[in-house]
Design a protein around this ligand. Structure first.
Ligand code: FAD
Length: 200
């Protein structure tokens, strides 16, 4: 699809004309789109020792923040290291969902003075769609791409929606978009306040 992936190279600088890379090479580019991931919000009052790379908050296996015993963090913002994930878990929805379920049970256990269950991530696989009939899927021992992976992506996303009505509505929308090639414009539009704009 005309995409060239450069591994183990970081962007060092950009001056409006060229992108400078860590291996010394340069890419001439008048347009440059930066999409290097998300960063956690600063949480004031937390001990600096629990803030790690990307502003993630270091937690123990129970999602407890070390320096603040009764404060918990989960999902993208939490950095939990274990033997399988020495650099923390990937920032994906499944980690957040599974940590939330485990933490909810642990909070109940805490109230009842029962022992806590350490979090263990169950990797259900990864899928990504990159457009019409194109996707990749990495599930257990299967690695799929193209139409089959795209179809699987549709089925799994449909099945994980809550409620029969939601599934039907999404399915009909997808079908109409697929047949018409029409994509709704993804803008968030607010009502325009004439009085404010005249004064301003
Ligand atoms: C473009 C994009 C595509 C992605 N695609 C996938 C994918 O295909 N599959 C997948 O598994 N994961 C995907 N992810 C990652 C996934 O979205 C995250 O891993 C997941 O949402 C993490 O859940 P979370 O609850 O930890 O954080 P979030 O879902 O980010 O929720 C945090 C919430 O906290 C709110 N918040 C922040 N600061 C404050 C504050 N000070 N006070 C109150 N509220 C606050 C935010 O507004 C947000 O609603 C994608 C992420 C991005 C950005």
């Amino acid at each position: 699809m005309g995409v060239e992936v450069l591994l183990n190279i970081a962007v060092k600088d950009y001056d409006g004309q060229k992108v400078y890379l860590s291996n010394g090479s340069e890419i001439p580019a008048k347009s440059f789109i930066w999409s290097a991931g998300v960063k956690g919000q600063d949480v004031r009052g937390l001990d600096g020792s629990v803030i790690a790379k990307g502003n993630r908050i270091v937690v123990d296996r129970f999602n407890r923040i070390a320096a603040a015993n009764e404060v918990f963090a989960l999902g993208d913002i939490a950095l939990m290291k274990d033997e399988d994930y020495p650099n923390g878990h990937p920032m994906v929805a499944q980690v957040a969902i599974q940590q939330a379920t485990n933490l909810a049970k642990n909070l109940v256990a805490l109230q009842k003075s029962h022992s806590l269950t350490p979090f263990k991530y169950k990797d259900l696989g990864s899928m990504a769609t990159i457009g019409r009939n194109k996707a990749v899927a990495d599930i257990a021992f299967f690695r799929l791409h193209g139409f089959i992976a795209w179809f699987l992506w549709l089925v799994i996303h449909l099945m994980t929606l809550v409620g029969f009505r939601n599934r039907v509505v999404v399915l009909v929308n997808w079908f109409l978009s697929y047949m018409s090639y029409d994509r709704a414009i993804r803008l968030i539009v607010r009502p325009f306040n004439l009085n404010v704009s005249r004064r301003g």
